[in-house]
Design a binder for this molecule. Sequence first.
Ligand code: DX5
Ligand code: ZN
Length: 223
Amino acid sequence: MATIIAPSILSADFSHLADEIKKVTDAGAEYIHIDVMDGTFVPNITLGSPVIKSIRPTSKAVFDVHLMTEHPETHIEEMAKAGADIITFHAEVARHAHRIIQQIHSLGKKAGVAINPGTSLSMVEELVEDAEMILIMTVNPGFGGQKFIESMLGKIHMLYHMIDEMETECDIEVDGGINAETSKLVREAGANVLVAGSAIYEAIDVAQAIKDIRGEEIIHHHH
Ligand code: DX5
Ligand code: ZN
């Protein structure tokens, strides 16, 4: 599976968002990762649907919205209307996760389910068949620029095999501490959608940073 690069605009200059988005899509990024934080599920508040709505006409990229909010079901419709293409919510705050996937699908969008480093894969096992993407957090959510948690590699690999054994299709996204070095490890473990904030936006040569994170295509052998 070809690797998809999803720069996180959390590390962008918010006073020039349209330019910051153009900069990374011109450099080859397929997705734009948009971190929505509510100040409750995670300490900070970032941005919401009005901002997504205002940047939507400036870009054709896939908008990959990562909801770090409590009560995700109350935000799905506004995110869809604002222009999200993929809406990812956290399993930890979803009382009816499967229903939220149905809600996202009913709005014509792709559904992702995220789990924190301390959350077991069993939280998403029953959702793999119906969600388009599972997001394995490789840092504790809330801030950019944190260190990659290496012990998540086993979880990524287990999810890869789970999806393979179920003979279904589901993207594996990773988010947090992804750079040229850690990207190789997560790609080898089976991740195919790579979020990177600081490693892309703090790079002097953004196109090179994206190339380095994308790396070589890994061929997985099915067992
Ligand atoms: C963290 C966010 C990430 C963040 C990643 O809670 O979900 O998307 O922007 O930033 P880096 O790539 O700098 O770890
Ligand atoms: Zn994120």
